[in-house]
Ligand binder design. Structure first.
Ligand SMILES: *Cc1c(COP(=O)(O)O)cnc(C)c1O
Length: 538
């Protein structure tokens, strides 16, 4: 087989979104990782994943009687994980922490090995308790399990690796383990860093400065995350305080941002960092069988009635909403979908900003909107946004719906059954976004600011719409006012009239949407690019 000679890759990620039933993901990063490992299996690439078996996963969102979101946690048990029989040990806070290694192959994915500290012999059994649940010490402990434990697991499993791919900075401590292995064999620190860098590639995801985790050096030393390195050696890698992204940029041979625009943003963000890897752009993509109704692709390619299949998906969504929320939406009215993490920069409740504009549209039933999305447990602003949407759903019970506890099932239903996929992040804060790709390939038309992946795909008025013309401003008030005007204009002048008055054009746009995205944003293209531009040395 041709792929047998390709570099063997170990892909490290904090989260994997493979299926709704395996609660090891929070959002886009995990979905991307899950889709990537499924693609690796489909196209027979020598890639394995390293991750964590989270006992409680990410938060489960509930909405209380007053319409406020709150966080609940459950201990999840899985009967489909395979026990590899392998255990590795990582010293954390001077105590040995045993990590059991599970294998997941259940979801049509290349093997993923999940480390788990929830064992009777561990005093620190809770380290792998909650995904993104804790900060400070516990986060460092989790990252030590992923990074240091992950490399040790690969050794214990006897898996050969040519390239270590850190998907986000969380995995950086794996680099420390690779350095330590080499120093134990007699290399100097400088030689070990140089040799390790040749094996490491890195993907950066977050264009928000605060999203790039950093830790106090004393705390890293106290935790044992330095893994034998001195304070000065740590500083030479990640600065002080120690920044995980900076460290990963300095410890990798090459790195990538996740869209062309994000490449520009990331290079500006890290321009001041010396001695770092080049940041190229490789745009994210999706695993089509997971997300797309392939009848739509067949129909767009071979001809046929796209509208009929779309209406089938729309009715399925309407039934799903009725089962969940008791609200019966109207299949003949424009249905706007919006589901993503309720991070403030994504502006989930943006469309409600000027009620004078939106009130008549909702009252007359010109538009219906279905929302879903969780705020991070410590993100009060995100929670207020959710609360605001829930309030609107009570005010407009027939045209606004909030589905609680966003997950892959909701994501798939909405990106298939909506008519329009609304995306309004503050440019350039959305690194890529993949839900819009799912929508586009299902013939659900994107209405989006020119952020993330959309500038690469958008053919305005042909396969979807942009609004805001790529405007950027440090002044959030100014940016919001600019984008809001543009959003209302595109809705009132283009989207709503086309939907109700020019169905032929709408269906033609659906066809264009599918045909223009199905290859460019499929995981197959992304795997090819990762091999060509990151993994294979030229
Ligand atoms: C696709 C998907 C995401 C990522 O979508 P974004 O556009 O990046 O927000 C996040 N969560 C779930 C459940 C998804 O299905």
């Amino acid at each position: 087989m041709a792929n047998k000679n390709l570099p063997k890759v170990a892909y490290f990620c904090m989260e994997y979104g493979l299926d709704t039933s395996l609660r090891t993901y929070a959002g886009g990063l995990g979905i991307l990782a899950g889709d990537y490992l499924k693609g690796a299996k489909d196209y027979d690439y020598p890639i394995v994943g390293i991750g964590i078996k989270w006992k409680q996963g990410y938060t489960d969102q509930k909405i209380d009687e007053d319409g406020r979101p709150y966080d609940t946690y459950h201990n999840y048990k899985y009967d489909f994980l395979k026990d590899t029989g392998v255990k590795v040990t990582v010293k954390i806070r001077q105590r040995d922490v045993v990590c059991k290694v599970w294998e997941v192959t259940e979801f049509g994915n290349a093997p993923i090995y999940l480390l788990d500290t929830d064992l009777p012999e561990n005093e620190d059994a809770w380290i792998t308790g909650q995904l993104y649940g804790w900060f400070g010490e516990e986060r460092i402990a989790q990252e030590m399990v992923l990074g240091i434990g992950g490399v040790r697991a690969l050794r214990a499993l006897g898996i050969d690796v040519d390239v270590y791919h850190f998907n986000e900075g969380h995995a950086l401590f794996a680099g420390f383990e690779l350095i330590k292995e080499k120093m134990d064999r007699g290399m100097s620190f400088e030689e070990a860093v140089k040799a390790s860098r040749e094996e490491i590639v890195f993907t950066t995801h977050t264009p928000i400065v605060q999203g790039n985790e950093s830790h106090y050096l004393d705390r890293l030393m106290y935790m044992g995350a330095n893994n034998g390195l001195t304070l000065e050696q740590l500083v030479s890698i990640g600065g002080s305080p120690f920044n995980m992204t900076v460290g990963a940029l300095r410890l990798s041979r090459i790195s990538n941002a996740v869209a062309d625009l994000h490449k520009e943003t990331a290079n500006k963000m890290w321009a001041h960092i010396d001695n770092r890897a080049e940041i190229i752009g490789i745009t994210n993509a999706i695993h089509i069988p997971t997300w797309v109704d392939e009848r739509m692709i067949d129909c767009a390619v071979n001809g046929g009635d796209l509208w009929e299949i779309h209406m089938d998906n729309k009715k399925k969504l309407i039934n799903f909403v009725e089962e969940r929320n008791g609200v019966r939406l109207d299949a003949n009215k424009l249905l706007i979908g919006f589901s993503r993490r309720a991070a403030p920069y994504k502006r989930s409740n943006f469309i409600f900003t000027d009620e004078k504009v939106i009130d008549p549209l909702l009252k007359e039933g010109k538009i219906q909107i279905v929302f879903s999305g969780k705020a991070h447990p410590l993100d009060d602003t995100g929670k207020e946004i959710v609360e605001n949407i829930v309030r609107m759903s009570k005010k407009y019970p027939n045209s606004v719906v909030f589905l609680e506890n966003y997950d892959m099932t909701i994501g798939a239903m909405l990106t298939r059954g909506s008519d329009v996929w609304l995306n309004n992040p503050r440019r350039p804060k959305e690194a890529s976004g993949t839900s819009g790709m799912k929508a586009a390939m299902n013939g659900v038309l994107n209405v989006s600011t020119l952020d993330g992946w959309w500038p690469e795909a958008c053919n305005h008025g042909v396969n979807g719409w942009q609004f805001g013309d790529g405007f950027e401003s440090e002044d959030e008030k100014e940016l919001d006012a600019h984008d809001l005007k543009a959003l209302y204009k595109i809705l009132l002048d283009e989207v709503i009239p086309t939907y109700y008055e020019n169905r032929d054009k709408w269906v033609e746009m659906m066809r264009n949407s599918i045909l223009s995205t199905k290859d460019q944003f499929s995981i197959k293209r992304m795997l090819e690019e990762y091999y060509e531009k990151l993994y294979i040395k030229h």
